[in-house]
Design a protein around this ligand. Structure first.
Ligand SMILES: CC(C)(COP(=O)(O)OP(=O)(O)OC[C@H]1O[C@@H](n2cnc3c(N)ncnc32)[C@H](O)[C@@H]1OP(=O)(O)O)[C@@H](O)C(=O)NCCC(=O)NCCS
Length: 167
């Protein structure tokens, strides 16, 4: 029987987080504004700092999904400032070998519960317009498109659509 576990990443987990995040950037370069080329240069301190509740993760929910003890998914809920009325979701990724089995949906729903607890009005994200699978997931969860298309990154021909969920 397989066991799927979703948990909050602590700062001690930074090597696992680093490995998974770099894997996601290599696997899905068109899904993220950041790149493998830029994040491979991060110092160990930078990775640890992203998960440090006294630092960047003060108002964040960094999640990892593990299937039978193997890391297979990531998602990061972020509140940029303590009393913001909008929370954000970044770094959502599920390993290709376990896609379509509900891992992404579970990660998303954990972040929605966290965002509701933060008492925000909206949970926002940006998704590449050609990423139809992710768009399907977000739409069926209740996210709606808003605002205008933005470039994925300065040098990219791809565009991202901002989407938000009213909480
Ligand atoms: C998007 C992503 C996180 C979804 O994770 P997942 O574990 O496969 O998603 P789930 O299994 O929970 O699927 C949830 C729903 O979305 C649908 N879906 C997910 N990926 C899909 C795809 N590529 N094509 C079609 N539908 C897809 C599922 O069919 C399911 O819909 P249903 O409930 O109507 O059957 C995963 O495909 C991924 O990591 N993609 C690459 C990185 C990425 O694009 N991240 C998003 C950045 S905004």
């Amino acid at each position: 029987m397989s066991t799927l576990n979703i948990s909050v990443l602590n700062k001690e987990d930074w090597p696992t987080y680093r490995a998974l995040r770099l894997l996601s950037l290599q696997d899905s370069p068109d899904s993220f504004g950041s790149t493998y080329g830029s994040e491979i240069k991060f110092s160990n301190e930078e990775w640890l700092s992203r998960l440090d509740p006294d630092n960047q993760a003060k108002y964040a929910l960094p999640l990892i999904a593990e299937l039978n003890g193997v890391a297979v998914g990531l998602a990061f809920g972020v509140l940029h400032r303590p009393f913001d009325k909008t929370a954000h979701i970044y770094q959502m990724w599920v390993s290709p070998s376990v896609r379509g089995q509900g891992v992404g949906s579970l990660l998303l729903n954990k972040i929605i519960v966290w965002a509701k607890d933060c008492d925000v009005d909206y949970l926002c994200l940006a998704v590449t317009t050609v990423n139809l699978g992710a768009i399907h997931l977000y739409k069926t969860t209740g996210f709606e498109s808003y605002g205008s298309l933005e470039k994925l990154r300065e040098t990219s021909a791809l565009a991202v659509q901002p989407m938000r969920l009213k909480l």
